[in-house]
Write a protein that binds this ligand. Sequence first.
Ligand code: KIV
Ligand code: NA
Length: 277
Amino acid sequence: TSKATTVKLQEMKRDRQKIVMLTAYDYPTARTAEQGGIDVILVGDSLGMVVLGYDSTLPVTMEDMIHHTKAVTRGSKQTMIVTDLPFLSYHISTPEAVRNAGRLIQEGGADAVKLEGGREVIEQVQAIVRAGIPVCGHIGLQPQMVNQLGGYKVQGKDFDGAKKILEDALLLQEAGCFALVLECVPTSLAALISERLSIPTIGIGAGDGCDGQVLVVHDMLGITDKYLPKFAKKYSELAEDMKAAVAQYAQEVRDGAFPEAHHGFKMSEDVLERLVE
Ligand code: KIV
Ligand code: NA
């Protein structure tokens, strides 16, 4: 299978072929994602929470995103890579937004960028797209707005909220986005938006009516032992396996069960004899 492109993703929507997106932040995970047949890898700013240990995405910097995107590109040559523009990297001015989007492509090696927001970021989206950089939108729950939202909550449950999200979706499509992430919105709203748009929607906590799905890799592999959002499905319990493996290693070193002879290297007897003389 060849690397997905923005054009390919639109064809997939047309052909009702679901788009599979997964986050990755490093080389081994990118390799796993590619070998597992993921269509699009997202170097999400969730990096801040699941890899860097911050309690929100707000502290994540451009340098963090570039550093991790570089690692991901080394691990997945045949998979489309989208990288998040971090908090404040596209709000100060449109030229700064274009510059930072460009850095994720030029220095990081990403194929496209993603940014959060609706009507407030239309000018930035248009300018980044004009520079030849594909942009994925992200509406519904916008984690970079957590301090304004008062927590990570479902968005668009009432008429006004739902109407705003639907309008923003159409504005982002018009501004040139190639796809749209819908996070934590009611299933019926996400399905309506997906029907109204010609560009694909990628849902997370947005139900089965979206054109694709995205999950945070640490959530779906069970690598994190923290609280898991309702929308995340655990396909593995790696944190348990990892803890058990580490505990067994510690025990075996203390017991002398590890290392065994075959883990070591041999030297001829006479060299040893000469040394002990
Ligand atoms: O940063 C991230 O992982 C994301 C996904 C949850 C869509 O933006
Ligand atoms: Na993100």
